[in-house]
Structure formats: structure tokens, C-alpha cells
Write a protein that binds this ligand. Structure first.
Ligand SMILES: Cc1ncc(COP(=O)(O)O)c(C=O)c1O
Length: 365
């Protein structure tokens, strides 16, 4: 099978992990954690990093640090990974869904304001499938309504909005380093911020709520959301390759563009967008299968599978699933979700493999 995603791990990762093992520091103390936090924060243009055990708890930690609690509302995109809405529920707050932008699939800023109430406390823009959100209008709305912005950049390490890295806009930004992400630590995540008070809070909450000046004294209820030194050892090695990985992702996107551009011209498919203000990192190179294609997305998936090509359907709109069911209409998210397919986007893919995928898609339509 040509994989949708696959980690790219090498000698440097192995060397760091061996060093961590030899040092004996395999839990959440050890030199790699702070190095990873500091270097990743620097890379994204932020002062502080708080490494976590995964991206879901990074979101939860950010929401807790911002004191999101019962009765609060948090605006989230309807079309995204489920962890975004779940993390709001973990705080006993309410996720309020907003439809997608038809041109670039992320949250539509024009639809945000109508969802704001006196209970709204925060917005979580998600840079979906590697494409940045339109941050200027989001930041403006947040400022006007005194809302916190938590960027979710789990799928967009290194993407840029108007020349500035994603993850550098919100009060806090969150990342995932799961095995299918652009850089990985196996499981892992991080919160970034410039705010000294918030970083202190997140570090305390990550460590059961322990007072940093009084061992085994807990002023608040916290969590064990720490990253291990073994994970961070991999992260440090991966981070050195991030720019190279992004270049390869963009090369893969260019190969797909060259092969499938003509089908977009005939309105059979829509290609992964890149807005003029965006540098997309194509975490998952994706297309929308239009009605004119001849067969629908699910049948295309099956046919590609028969040819040894792995794909993924887009996320379901969150509002249609039982825990978050809501009868509002999110017509753009619903349409994109039903037509969207993630094509193989692993960093190690070769041009011949992309050519094969392109050939198969062209032969089916
Ligand atoms: C947008 C988004 N947010 C959050 C997460 C959660 O990250 P993790 O799987 O590391 O818990 C993911 C994970 O895939 C994601 O895609």
C-alpha cells in the first residue's frame, strides 16, 4: 500500500533516544524536554513551550489555563478532528460550531460573530490539513469581544499566514506530534505562548497542580500531562528536519497539482487550496471529488485501495456525531466533508508513486 502518512525517522532520532536511555532519564525529567520546548517555541516565533503527552491534552491544558469552565462557550470549527470539541467538553464548557470557508476549508471568520454570546470566552481556529486560517479577521473579532484565541496547529507545523508562522497568533497555540504529523514524537503535543503567567500555570497544571516551590503540595487540581524525555529526544531530532519535511510536502503538492490540475479545470475535482496569503504545508494533500467526477468519494476510495493506494475520508462534521449532535445547518462543512479525500502524503513518497496515484485517479474519472 502507498501510505497516507508515515513517520520519517533516522539515525539522529535513534542516537538521541539511546542517549536518553543511557542517561537513565526516561520519564518526564531530562535534558531533551527543555531543549525541545525552547527550540520548537523559537521555531514558531514564541517565547515559551510546554511539552505535553499528546495534542488533545495540550488543548485541555490551554483551556484550563485560560479558566474555561462550566457555562462558558468556546467557538470551534464544525469540520475538524473531534479532540477540539472534546477538549471543551472536558472543561464542562460548550463547544459552539462554526461552518467552514468554502475556499480553504478552515473556520469561516464571517460566520463567527453571529455565534458570539455573553458566555463566549474563546475561539479555537484550527489550521486544517496544513492550511492556515485567515487570522486577521479572527484576531480582530477576538479583540472586539474580549475573547481568547487558542490556535490549533496540530496539522500545520511551519505553515505561515502572511509570512508569519502559525502558532504565533493566539494567546496559546497547541500542537500534536502524533505519528502521522509533520514532525512526530510518537505521541506528544505542545502549548506555546508568550505569556509568562500562562506558561507558569500550564507547567503547574501539567504536573498534577504541584506548587513549584513546595514539593508534594498542591494548590489546584492538575493532571499528569507530561511528555517523556524519550519522546522529546525524538522531537529534537525531528525538529532539525522540519523545514526539509515541509519542502518535501510542498513538492508532493506540486506533483499532484501538475498531474491533476487538468481535472480541476474540467470541474471534476477541487485541488487542495493555497490562498494568496497562505503558505500551506499540505499535512495531508487533499482533494474534493465533485459530482461531475462520475463516482463518489467513497467509491473512489475503494477503487484506489484495490490499486494499493491508501486514502482517508475527511473528518465528519462534528455536529452530526452523537456526543455533539445539534440540528443546526453547516452546509459548507457538510459538503466538504462528504467530498473530501486525503491522498498519500507521506514525506518519503517518490515522484513515481505520486505519478501512479495521479494515473489511477485519471483512469477512474
Ligand atoms: C486538529 C487537531 N487537533 C488536535 C489533535 C489531537 O492530537 P493528538 O492526537 O496528539 O491527541 C489532532 C490530532 O490528530 C488534530 O488533528
Amino acid at each position: 500500500m502507498i501510505p497516507v502518512a508515515e513517520p520519517s525517522l533516522g539515525k539522529e532520532e535513534l542516537k538521541n533516544v539511546v542517549e536518553a536511555i543511557k542517561s537513565g532519564w526516561i520519564s518526564s525529567k531530562g535534558k531533551f524536554i527543555e531543549v525541545f520546548e525552547q527550540k520548537f517555541a523559537n521555531y514558531c516565533g514564541r517565547k515559551y513551550g510546554v511539552a505535553t503527552s499528546n495534542g488533545t491534552v495540550a488543548l485541555h491544558l490551554a483551556l484550563k489555563a485560560l479558566k474555561i469552565c462550566k457555562g462558558d462557550e468556546v467557538i470551534v470549527p464544525d469540520l475538524t478532528f473531534i479532540a477540539v470539541a472534546n477538549s471543551v467538553i472536558y472543561c464542562t464548557a460548550k463547544p459552539v460550531f462554526v461552518d467552514s470557508h468554502p475556499d480553504y476549508w478552515c473556520i469561516n471568520p464571517e460566520k463567527v460573530e453571529e455565534k458570539i454570546t455573553t458566555r463566549t470566552k474563546a475561539i479555537i481556529p484550527v489550521h486544517l490539513y496544513g492550511h492556515p486560517c485567515d487570522m486577521d479577521p479572527i484576531m480582530k473579532i477576538a479583540e472586539e469581544h474580549d475573547l481568547s484565541v487558542i490556535e490549533d496547529a496540530a496539522e500545520a507545523h511551519g505553515a505561515e499566514y502572511k509570512g508569519k508562522k502559525v502558532g504565533s497568533f493566539g494567546e496559546i497555540s497547541c500542537f500534536s506530534f502524533y505519528g502521522n504529523k509533520i514532525i512526530t514524537t510518537g505521541e506528544g503535543g505542545m502549548c506555546l505562548t508568550n505569556n509568562e503567567e500562562l506558561v507558569e500555570k500550564m507547567r503547574i497544571l501539567r504536573d498534577h497542580g504541584m506548587n513549584p516551590n513546595k514539593r508534594y503540595w498542591y494548590d489546584v487540581i492538575g493532571f499528569n500531562y507530561r511528555m517523556t524525555n524519550l519522546q522529546a529526544a525524538i522531537g529534537v531530532a525531528q525538529l532539525k528536519k522540519l523545514d526539509e519535511f515541509i519542502e518535501k510536502k510542498r513538492k508532493i503538492a506540486m506533483w499532484y497539482f501538475e498531474g491533476l490540475n487538468e481535472l480541476e479545470g474540467r470541474k471534476l475535482i477541487k485541488l487542495h487550496p493555497e490562498m494568496p496569503w497562505a503558505k500551506c504545508v499540505y499535512w495531508m494533500y487533499s482533494i474534493l471529488v465533485e459530482d461531475k467526477f462520475g463516482i463518489n468519494r467513497d467509491n473512489l476510495t475503494k477503487k484506489l485501495e484495490e490499486k494499493g493506494i491508501d486514502t482517508r475520508p475527511f473528518f465528519y462534521p462534528i455536529h452530526v456525531m452523537p456526543p455533539h449532535k445539534n440540528n443546526d445547518k453547516f452546509s459548507v462543512a457538510e459538503e466538504i466533508s462528504s467530498k473530501g479525500i486525503n491522498l498519500p502524503s507521506a514525506i518519503n513518497l517518490k515522484e513515481e508513486e505520486i505519478e501512479k496515484i495521479v494515473r489511477e485517479i485519471r483512469s477512474i474519472c
